[in-house]
Design a protein. Sequence first.
Length: 256
Amino acid sequence: MLHSDGAATTVVFSHPNHELAIFGVLQSLRPTLVYLTDGGGEKRVAQTRRGLDSIGLAERAHFLDYSEQSFYDALLDRDTGFYEEVAQRLRALLRDLRPTQVLCDSVEFYNPVHDMSLPLVRAALATLPDVVIFEVPLVYQKPAADERYEIQRISASRRAEQLEWRLSRSELEAKLSARDRIYTILTAQMGPLLADIPLEELAVEVVAPAPALLPQPGGDRVLRYERRAQILLERGEIERGITYAGHYLPVAAALF
């Protein structure tokens, strides 16, 4: 169960802007936040700082300042040493923060950098017992002839594990204001997927207990980043593509 009764909470996100998915939870729990990468640039970091400042949490954010590209490159090179260094830095920070519960990005096979959040948190907490870990769902691709996505919800096969957090009117208003006025990079990137979420869905945020074993792709979640890499390779837009078995799994399993 996600505790709100004074529990020390830390949230670990791979990218800035992910906090919008649980903007109401943040307003209630007042956690410390840790961002592993810059999400691709300073503008995205700046929007996260503004978003957090709008709910009085800007001073509770820690940025490890890794570039997003460095995370991709380390996966392509199967550089476990790089990720062990990140885990060590995260461990030192969590040791000082002493959380009793940690929230992090869910493993969804949409983006491999998103999917490194949970393995890094697991590694960082290996010597810090009794800390409960929860996953924050962001986006995953559903099996279909065309591309269909589920936003900020646990996949159907895990829906029974889902923990719901219902926002107050003021929390929802703050979330809507931040989405429309601050997180312009995110809304441009996600388009109608984010803009067209019904208010009744936005007013309910969800997390789920993190799995004890490293999740496997398949079932009701498509291995989207591998398909996307193949398309880009065929177009000549990239020289190397991240695969699950060849790149992600060896690195994540070494941490998990």
